[in-house]
Write a protein that binds this ligand. Structure first.
Ligand code: GLC
Length: 547
């Protein structure tokens, strides 16, 4: 990589789900003090940056994705001065910092929404959100048939008769991005944080900001042929073309600041072409590649996803990004531990778990998947705990579930808590070093009794552990000139085997077939996902070879 290539074209970015990463003050909830104390760990892991889930002032109806003040840190997590210290200290460790920004909606406790409620129907204060009269003679029907991503209608009626739009929880009213004050406010918020040294932002629900001006009902559902992804159809509130104009102005704001500041879009787009539109040269820098995350464990499908992503993103000059897990989906050790993972195409719905998980199988595949992901051209995301091989916690008692999806779905969807359980650091019993020894609160979600061997301390130095696999892979990736940004060449391989070359001099092979696969010619084996005997790669194994 040339020294002038911007860092974000090949960065490995570690996702810190702040409430579950490390608890500094002992209240059972992760915080900024916790992140600061773990910077040496992140440095030794070898990541380039951290993305921190929302840390702003929030009533926590959706764990921080309901922001009451974008310029304040929630007291649960710390204060502004501490956030500034964290940014500085991370930089001293050579780690960049990317907070989350949530532009689609605010909290219902945000000053703007409170003012809108107080000012009443027809007021200018209501124009910053999406208020409408209801349908039917008495206005008792919602203005249209839109549904909330968390279940139930996307509209809530107020005592004064008006309805307001919320694509997520009722505590998350959608902003009206046609309003100039909304646009100006977010640009000001971006500047507020850029001038405090953040290196970029992850943009929450980046594809949702613009709504069809007439708020029409949803188009008829297009059910795809089994296993096929639906084609793009114009949608009244997802991925509308007009959204890109907003990001062109955000790009100008980022460009006002020195250094390479970058945006990553959480944009759920129907096709790779639609996703590429977010990262054109005058728009955002990168976008999450959820097609990779949603792919089943199948060589043909993975290769198609990789080819399409590289072709479409490459056509606009953007690097690809690769991601296997995040705080919204079932952890991939558990996904891959099921023989036929169900697919979900709908944005933000969690994967519906069917059948028992074979953790041995899932772990073997997850190890191989990590080597594939980290060998692909572009950047990669690591979700906290994935480097520890954590599975989804699928048996949380119903009484502790906190995700709004659980209530909103009428207790039919358990939601996303299972991938958000506080991570284990050390010790044989909960809280496994997540909280200090003199903690006053238990971890906000209970940790499984059998997580002692999954902690950072237990895995450190054990060459067969997931943690050491990630450490080694990240160290090699940093040092090897072929890895990171660039192109790939597919090599001939039998059905079910992926073999790709990165220049100069590296080949990654992944065996998803049932047959053993003899390693192709090489000068050295750099890394394997598991023990490779007699130069033969077993099922669900991967290797990096020097050639
Ligand atoms: C995004 C976040 C998710 C959140 C939602 C609403 O999808 O990743 O966690 O609930 O937006 O802000």
């Amino acid at each position: 990589m040339s020294p002038t290539t911007p860092w974000w074209r090949s960065a490995v970015i570690y996702q810190v789900y702040i409430r579950s990463f490390a608890d500094g003050n002992g209240d059972g909830v992760g915080d900024i003090a916790g992140i600061r104390s773990r910077l040496p760990y992140l440095k030794s892991l070898g990541v380039d940056a951290i993305w921190i889930n929302p840390w702003y002032k929030s009533p926590m109806a959706d764990h921080g994705y309901d922001v009451a003040d974008f310029r304040e840190i929630d007291p649960l997590f710390g204060c502004l001065a501490e956030a500034e210290r964290l940014i500085e200290e991370a930089h001293e460790h050579g780690i960049r910092v990317i907070p989350d920004i949530v532009p689609n909606h605010t909290s219902d406790q945000h000053a703007w929404f409170r003012a809108a409620l107080a000012a009443g129907p027809g007021s200018p204060e209501r124009e910053r959100y999406v208020f409408r009269p209801g349908r039917g003679s008495d206005g008792a029907q919602p203005p249209n048939d839109w549904v909330s991503c968390f279940g139930g209608p996307a509209w809530t009626r107020l005592p004064d008769g008006e309805w307001y739009l919320h694509l997520f929880a009722p505590e998350q009213p959608d902003l009206n991005w046609e309003h100039p004050e909304v646009r100006a406010e977010f640009e000001s918020v971006l500047r507020f944080w850029f001038s405090r040294g953040v290196d970029g932002f992850r943009i929450d629900v980046a594809h949702g900001l613009i709504k069809h001006p007439e708020l029409p009902d949803l188009p008829p559902r297009q059910d795809a042929a089994d296993g096929q992804r639906p084609r793009h159809v114009e949608h009244p509130h997802w991925d509308r073309d007009e959204v890109h104009e907003i990001y062109r102005s955000w790009r100008k704001v980022a460009d006002e600041f020195p250094g390479d500041r970058c945006f990553v879009a959480e944009a759920w787009a129907d096709t790779p072409e639609r996703l590429a539109a977010y990262v054109r040269r005058d728009g955002l820098h990168t976008a999450f590649n959820f097609d990779f995350l949603m792919s089943t464990w199948d060589a043909k499908e993975l290769r198609t996803v990789i080819d399409n992503s590289l072709a479409m993103l490459g056509s606009v000059g953007a690097p690809a990004t690769w991601v296997l897990s995040n705080h919204d989906v079932v952890r991939h050790v558990s996904r891959y531990g099921r023989q036929s993972p169900a697919r979900r195409w709908v944005a933000n719905e969690t994967y519906r778990a069917e059948g028992p998980v074979d953790l041995g199988l899932g772990t073997r595949r997850a190890r191989a998947a990590a080597l594939l992901m980290l060998a692909l051209p572009g950047g990669a995301y690591v979700y906290q705990g994935e480097e520890l091989g954590l599975p989804e916690v699928e048996d949380l008692p119903e009484s502790v579930l906190q995700d709004p999806i659980w209530e909103r779905s009428g207790h039919t969807e358990r939601g996303r808590d299972g991938c958000r359980v506080p991570i284990p650091w050390s010790g044989r019993t909960a809280p496994y070093g997540f909280s200090p020894a003199d903690a006053t609160g238990a971890p906000w979600l209970p940790q499984p009794a059998d997580w002692a061997d999954r902690g950072v301390a237990a895995q450190s130095g054990d060459e067969s552990s997931m943690l050491e696999l990630y450490r080694t892979a990240l160290r090699l990736r940093r040092a090897h000139p072929a890895l990171g940004d660039g192109t790939l060449t597919w090599l001939d391989a039998p059905e079910g085997v992926l073999a790709l070359r990165r220049d100069p001099g590296l080949v990654c092979v992944l065996n998803l077939s049932d047959e053993p696969y003899p390693l192709p010619g090489h000068t050295a084996v750099l890394l394997t996902s598991g023990p490779v005997e007699g130069g033969v790669l077993g099922t669900d194994q991967a290797a990096w070879l020097a050639v």
